[in-house]
Design a protein around this ligand. Structure first.
Ligand code: CP
Ligand code: NVA
Length: 315
């Protein structure tokens, strides 16, 4: 079913958000359309308290600007509150287990947990023992919240999702994985264009390919053809050591004016941010007329408000 024909139901109660592979296309539509409604309310200055007295705990083992601010501001705008738990401030950072952390948080009336960390298995472990929804705020393998905001942004821009072609250039990282998983579900064609040695995880590619048209190439010419959405991300993700070899391998995959000129006429440029101008993207492209990166960053707020609302509200 096309997103325009989908009617929202108002709840995805008590479900974790771990990868997006665990979400149906209708659940993804539910989040995007709810996010658009919440955005309209916010822009019209309409106040509401759908999550009055609800608390979101946010565990951070990596840095963040967008995820941190949009979740904290988002829960406040929904009438709830946030507890920010930086790894260095809590016992998890000194070796307390994820399981014990979950079992303790279960005793304090927490209604949702957002976690940004390294290992996906830690997020899964937290979800296993938590008595409330766990939301993956980025791991080495996935970034589902970013992709929900991205799909919302694409839908707002083009008025559709199905049939659009997205090409991701660069490191086959967490963003590449989640874009494949989410994009394929909503009927987009997703191609990841990376050099040998930096391709996405084959198992994740295979999982994504079960729900739609997903492929991997090393040829930018092939990837960019008739492309509507051009996406890239940093050469070095958080926790990765910098190396000149990787820079050399990825530079030919830079999104620049020359590459953009080969895409569809109405193509847009997207990036999850933070960006490194002159590395994965040229200044002219990210700051140019085809770039929608700041709309995309704003939509983190609305998409995550929708996730929290749908997952954490009372039945
Ligand atoms: N895109 C994104 O997740 O940004 P932060 O690392 O600033 O949260
Ligand atoms: N791939 C990047 C995304 C940051 C939002 C990282 O993991 O650092």
């Amino acid at each position: 079913m096309d997103i325009s024909a989908y009617k929202t139901k108002g709840s995805i109660y008590n479900k974790h958000m771990l990868t997006l592979a665990d979400y149906s296309v209708n659940e993804i539509y539910e989040i995007i359309l709810t996010a658009i409604k919440l955005k309209q309310k916010q822009h019209a200055g309409k106040k509401h308290a759908y999550l009055k007295n609800k608390t979101l705990a946010m565990i951070f083992s990596k840095s963040s600007t967008r995820t941190r601010v949009s979740f904290e501001q988002g829960i406040k705008q929904l009438g709830g509150s946030a507890l920010v738990l930086q790894q260095g401030d809590i016992q998890l950072g000194r070796g307390e287990t994820v399981r014990d952390t979950a079992l303790v948080l279960n005793r304090y009336g927490i209604d949702g947990i957002m976690i940004r960390t390294f290992k996906q298995s830690d997020v899964e472990e937290l979800a296993k023992y938590s008595n409330c929804p766990v939301i993956n705020g980025l791991t080495d393998e996935y970034h589902p919240c970013q992709v929900l905001a991205d799909l919302m942004t694409v839908y707002e821009h083009f008025g559709k999702l199905e049939g659009l072609k997205m090409a991701y250039f660069g490191d086959g990282n967490n963003m590449a994985h989640s874009l494949m998983l989410g994009g394929a579900k909503v009927g987009m064609e997703v191609v990841v264009c990376s050099p040998e040695g930096y391709k996405p995880n084959e198992e994740i590619v295979a999982t994504a390919a079960k729900s739609g048209k997903v492929w991997v190439t090393s040829d930018p010419e092939e990837a960019i053809r008739d492309c509507n959405v051009i996406y890239t991300d940093v050469f070095f993700s958080m926790g990765q050591d910098k190396s000149p070899e990787k820079v050399n391998a990825l530079m030919p995959y830079q999104v620049n004016e020359e590459l953009m000129a080969k895409a569809a006429k109405d193509a847009v440029f997207m990036h999850c941010l933070p960006a490194h101008r002159g590395e994965e993207v040229s200044e002219g492209v990210i700051d140019g007329v085809q770039s929608i990166v700041f709309e995309e960053a704003e939509n983190r707020l609305h998409a995550q408000k929708a996730v929290m609302y749908l997952l954490m509200k009372n039945k």
